[in-house]
Design a protein around this ligand. Structure first.
Ligand code: ADE
Length: 226
């Protein structure tokens, strides 16, 4: 899978994909990430990509031409399966969206900045608008990094233990159960005895019950979706 990103501040996107699971996904050839600097498609030699909005109002917008020219040029290599604008007024990103996107071949994420992007790019090019939550970040880059991480880790073959993505929180509209490692006794606090029985059926039943209880307490809204 190839994920490309159009950004006015590409420096924000260097480190998130250079470590851990994202690094491994790229080394295994399962994921290619290409960050494109929007200024490459600036409208003049001053590197201009933004302008005032018609009708007045504070803040600049990313203009049509740099975005349209960038997308047109990138699509000369082939069409994107999805062109996603990352924006706080988009549809809220959930695990099921990550699952669906992880099956695509080539997608583009556009990071907004300033007051956003000209509406005509949204109308003419964008196929999905995604928000990572009800708060406003200073730009779309960190949100794009979150979305790419969520997609990248579930591409088949990326995680060593294939089952570990299936038992993540949210995969079944349930939060994950508590987990324990050594020592059995940490400052008087002990690992639940059932986890030491070596009986996989009992362990599974306990985890299921704990996941349900945790979800009831913290995210009862998820149980309504089941
Ligand atoms: N850009 C700024 N805030 C954002 C958010 N919450 N989600 C996606 N993109 C954003």
């Amino acid at each position: 899978m190839t994920i490309e990103i159009l950004s006015a501040v590409p420096e924000l996107l260097t480190s998130p994909f250079e470590h851990s699971i994202m690094k491994r996904a790229q080394e295994r050839g399962l994921l290619t990430i290409k960050v494109h600097h929007l200024r490459k498609w600036a409208i003049n030699k001053h590197g201009q990509i933004d302008d005032y909005q018609y009708g007045g109002g504070a803040g600049m917008l990313i203009m049509c031409e740099p975005l349209a020219n960038a997308i047109d040029e990138l699509q000369q290599e082939g069409k994107f399966d999805e062109i996603i604008f990352v924006t706080p007024d988009g549809k809220r990103f959930e695990q099921k969206d990550a699952n669906t996107l992880s099956l695509k071949n080539r997608i583009l994420l556009i990071c907004g900045h300033y007051k956003g992007i000209d509406q005509r790019i949204r109308d003419l090019y964008v196929t999905q608008e995604i928000s990572i939550g009800d708060y406003v970040l200073s730009g779309g880059e960190l949100a794009a990094a979150v979305i790419i991480d969520a997609i990248g880790r579930i591409i088949p073959g990326v995680l060593n233990d294939e089952t570990s993505a299936l038992t993540d929180s949210f995969q079944d509209n349930l939060l994950a159960p508590p987990v324990y490692s050594r020592p059995v006794d940490f400052r008087g606090s002990e690992v639940p005895a059932v986890l030491l029985t070596g009986d996989p059926k009992k362990v599974d039943a306990w985890r299921q019950e704990q996941a349900l209880q945790r979800t009831k307490e913290r995210r009862p809204d998820l149980l309504e979706k089941k």
